[in-house]
Design a protein around this ligand. Structure first.
Ligand code: DX5
Ligand code: ZN
Length: 218
C-alpha cells in the first residue's frame, strides 16, 4: 500500500492529544493532519499555532496544518515556526493564492492548496506547478464526521490527470468522510494521501487503522 495516512486530530480527545498521537504512531500512520478553523471561513472555531507546537513536541512524524481561515498568509509564518512541515491553505480564502504559496515555500515548508466541494477545480491550475500537495475536500469543511460526497471521486480523477499532464510528482490528498468503505475508491481515483478523523479516533485507534489498511489492501 503506497498511499499515506494522515489522521486528523480533530476527532481526538483534545485533553489527551499526546496520547492520541502516540497511539496512532504505534499504529504506523505517516503523519498528522491538524485542522485549524477561524469561525469565519468555516462555521467552527478551534486552535492555532500553539497547539501545533505542542504536537510537534510529542512526534517526529510530519505535521500538516490545514488552515481553514481567511487570509491564511497572515498566519503562515506562525505555523511554520510552530513546526508544521506542510501548510495547506484554501484557494477560496485569499485573493493572493500564488503569493501565499510562494511564501510557504520560501519559509521552507511544503505548500498545499485545498478546494471546497463547490469550488471549480480550475483555481488550482495556475499554481499547480508550485504545489507539493493538492487537497480535494470530500465534505464541506468545518466539522468532522460528515458524509463523504460521491462527486469528489470525479474531482480527484481530474486533478490526478492534470498532475500527470504537468509531470508533477505532487501529492493528491482527500479529506472528509474517509472510511474503510470510501478510502479504496479515492485511491483508485488517484489520491496518494488520505485524511481520516472519526474513522481513526472514533473508538479503538489500532482496530480502526487495521480496518482502513485491510480495506486498502483488499
Ligand atoms: C473537515 C476537516 C477534516 C475532518 C475530517 O473540516 O478538514 O480534516 O477532520 O473528519 P472526518 O474524517 O471525520 O470526516
Ligand atoms: Zn482537514
Amino acid at each position: 500500500m503506497s498511499v499515506r495516512l494522515f489522521p486528523s486530530l480533530l476527532a481526538a480527545d483534545f485533553a489527551f492529544l499526546g496520547d492520541a498521537i502516540r497511539e496512532a504512531e504505534a499504529g504506523g500512520v505517516d503523519g498528522f493532519h491538524l485542522d485549524v478553523m477561524d469561525g469565519q471561513f468555516v462555521p467552527n472555531l478551534n486552535f492555532g499555532p500553539r497547539t501545533v507546537e505542542a504536537c510537534r513536541r510529542v512526534t517526529t512524524r510530519p505535521l500538516e496544518a490545514h488552515l481553514m481561515i481567511v487570509r491564511p498568509e497572515r498566519f503562515v509564518p506562525d505555523f511554520v515556526q510552530a513546526g508544521a512541515n506542510r501548510v495547506i491553505i484554501h484557494a477560496e480564502a485569499t485573493p493572493h493564492l500564488h503569493r501565499a504559496v510562494g511564501l510557504i515555500r520560501e519559509l521552507g515548508a511544503q505548500a498545499g492548496v485545498s478546494v471546497n466541494p463547490g469550488t471549480p477545480l480550475q483555481v488550482l491550475r495556475p499554481v499547480l506547478a508550485d504545489l507539493d500537495l493538492a487537497l480535494v475536500m470530500s465534505v464541506n469543511p468545518g466539522f468532522g464526521g460528515q458524509r463523504f460526497l460521491p462527486g469528489s471521486l470525479e474531482r480527484v480523477r481530474t486533478v490526478r490527470r492534470w498532475l500527470e499532464e504537468a509531470g508533477r510528482g505532487a501529492e493528491l490528498e482527500v479529506d472528509g468522510g474517509i472510511t474503510p468503505a470510501t478510502a479504496p475508491g479515492m485511491v483508485t481515483a488517484g489520491a496518494t494521501v488520505l485524511v481520516a478523523g472519526s474513522a481513526v479516533f472514533g473508538g479503538n485507534v489500532q482496530r480502526n487503522l487495521n480496518a482502513l489498511r485491510a480495506a486498502l489492501d483488499a
